[in-house]
Design a protein around this ligand. Sequence first.
Ligand SMILES: O=C(O)CCC(=O)C(=O)O
Length: 342
Amino acid sequence: MADQLLLSLGPRPESLPGRYVRPAPQRPRLSDVDTSASIPVIDLTAGDDPQIVAQIGSACRSNGFFQVVNHGVSSELVMKMRKIAGEFFRLSAEEKMRLYSDDVGKKVRLSTSFNVKKEEVHNWRDYLRLHCYPLEEYLPSWPQKPVAFREVVSEYCSEVRRLGFRLLGLISLSLGLEEDYILRALGEQEQHMAVNYYPPCPQPELTYGLPAHTDPNALTILLQDPHVAGLQVLRPAGKWAAVDPHPEALVINVGDQLQVLSNGRYKSVWHRAVVNSEKERVSVAFFLCPSNNAVTAPAEQLIGEKSPAMYRSFTYGEYYKKFWARNLDQEHCLDQFRSYNC
Ligand SMILES: O=C(O)CCC(=O)C(=O)O
């Protein structure tokens, strides 16, 4: 167990410990990654202008990923969020170990890899996982250090939640649904956050920060490290593409619940985080999730003779349990929810 504790406690090994080494066929093959691919950048200045709705629809259909600029989250707050995230992982070992847990059911925990109790090969990542909504319920159990942590992160959560709701409205419109359709379907949405820390890795070609996975939730809003690339998405042609950091942008991706609600029109796309030998990387992923008892099902309006319901209905509580009971890089969790008609 001791050897599975946080990477950010150091010391930094000269070669990759065996428990992080992936079998040869599962390695990232970094030299094959497309570094020139572009993930659409959508300017949100113009509100719900039909052109923006069309751009969002097209990005969700073809890439499952897009970036937004002029998104309404102030650049000062984004800067503070990045700073406090980095500072958090520089706290003393004692401070960090107080928050450490390998129990994936805990709503506030500092952990490593993905699910250390279950997986055979670990990932080169530490992460702080926070439940964030309702804020007043979770805030008292959040880290007290660094000093401004609670203040900055709670403000960030509120602003990003607002952005997320706006995006869900635009996504609804892009599917030809009423603007509040998805918001209503998802219920009183929960909100989780992962602050990811990927230290420099002695042999990045042998492991991952996070292996290929899709997100179980509805919508993810990712704040990337502005200087260090690491996020890669699987393109429809089967090639991995790097998402180079855009300093002003937040990266948005469709999660599994939106793939179901859209009856498969929008894709919850495989993505992964790779590491590098020189620099640490910090990212902040913000997940909008249906409430546990909300029932996810394909929207009636998107079901027809030629497009039968692709998935059975289920509660998010059921989905989330199945998601965490697997290894991260197994088959698409949604495959377990396919409708028998399809
Ligand atoms: O760090 C990244 O770029 C990806 C993070 C991610 O996919 C996640 O936290 O689920």
